[in-house]
Design a protein around this ligand. Structure first.
Ligand code: FAD
Length: 309
């Protein structure tokens, strides 16, 4: 049975990375992912660059592009304008995010704009997408032929989920509650933050289901092939760096050995996730091609003979 997978890219920050972006989009698209998502700098700092990569994903890689959007610091009008711009460029699948506080501010500061949460952004995306996408009008009520509604677009509307809890959440119940609110706002897919153990994800999903969340929850995966990545992942996951991982990486004598360790560990975790019922795998690529491909080949999601060809 085929294993669904998807990728995350981020807009290039250097000319060198920008130059190889078309090759990255082509190579990842050729593997047949469900979608390729592209991150968005909080405050809209990467708006044009994100749109450029999304178009590359679609036009060069032939994959379905999914745009991350954040709403911190935006007015309704500004957020609606960005959504409309993306939709008008043919980008209709989104990951709705609140975004982190701007540099120098923290969660206690008043850094939000008109939209207070990802759920509010999801609602706005739904509305703008329906208004801007050509879709059939349907008549509601047998005699009310002047009451016509636009059929809701069935595009992807993803949101973030946090297996180890969002740093701002006071309890895991608040995380479930937030996820439920996002689903009620129209979200039809959740993608998780990184985590270190398959059980973190599996028990989070079990709790979310018991709470009433029904949308698919896709685990976010990354191979940890260096100490720098390990530390970055711990910061994102809101966890302390696991000492056993640090020791294992420190014990490797070369970059090649660290790469092998990271991919082998990620492969084992992907098997545990899929055996536990994960609906697919969302791979954080860091704009690399070789490691994600190797991981998906080992997991059995990608046929190595087709990659070689
Ligand atoms: P929300 O779901 O709105 O909420 C975050 C927290 O606030 C939750 O813990 C929730 O419980 C709490 N909360 C929400 N509403 C309320 C309320 N009314 N009262 C009290 N508490 C509340 N960031 C970027 O800048 N760009 C990206 O491209 C990006 N991509 C990401 C992709 C994924 C898959 C993930 C998991 C994260 C990504 N992020 C990105 C990071 C994200 O922006 C931050 O984690 C941000 O702090 C929270 O965003 P959110 O959408 O989860 O927020």
């Amino acid at each position: 049975m085929s294993i669904p997978f998807s990728f995350e890219l981020f807009p290039p920050r250097t000319a060198q990375v920008a130059e190889r972006m078309p090759d990255v989009a082509r190579a990842l698209g050729a593997l047949g992912p469900e979608f390729i998502s592209v991150t968005f700098g909080a405050g809209g700092s990467s708006r044009d660059a994100s749109l450029g990569v999304l178009e590359m994903v679609r036009d060069l890689g032939g994959a379905r592009p999914l745009a991350h959007l954040t709403c911190v610091g935006s007015s309704f009008a500004e957020a609606a304008e960005v959504i409309a711009e993306f939709v008008d460029h043919g980008i209709v699948d989104f990951l709705a995010l609140r975004g982190d506080p701007p540099q120098g501010m923290d969660e206690a500061d008043d850094f939000l704009g008109d939209l207070r949460s990802a759920a509010e952004l999801a609602q706005l995306i739904r509305g703008v997408r329906i208004a801007r996408t050509p879709c059939e009008l349907q008549t509601v009520g047998p005699r009310l032929d002047r009451w016509q509604v636009r059929r809701p677009s069935d595009g992807l509307l993803a949101v973030a989920a946090y297996p180890n809890g969002h740093p701002q959440a006071k309890s895991i119940e608040q995380d479930y509650d937030t996820l439920l609110a996002k689903e009620a706002a129209g979200a039809n897919l959740a993608i998780t933050q990184l985590f270190f153990e398959a059980d973190d994800y599996l028990s989070f999903v079990e709790g979310a289901r018991a709470y009433g969340v029904t949308m698919p929850i896709l685990p976010g995966i990354m191979s940890i092939t260096s100490i720098a990545r390990l530390e970055r992942m711990a910061a994102l996951a809101g966890e302390a760096v696991p000492e056993k991982w640090r020791r294992a990486l420190e014990g490797c004598r070369s970059d090649g050995a660290r790469r092998e360790l990271g991919i082998a560990q990620a492969t084992a975790m992907c098997h545990d996730l899929l055996d536990g019922g994960a609906p697919g795998l969302h791979v954080y690529t860091h704009n690399r091609v070789d490691e994600p491909i190797e991981l998906l080949c080992r997991v059995g999601a990608v046929d190595r003979t087709l990659v070689a060809a």
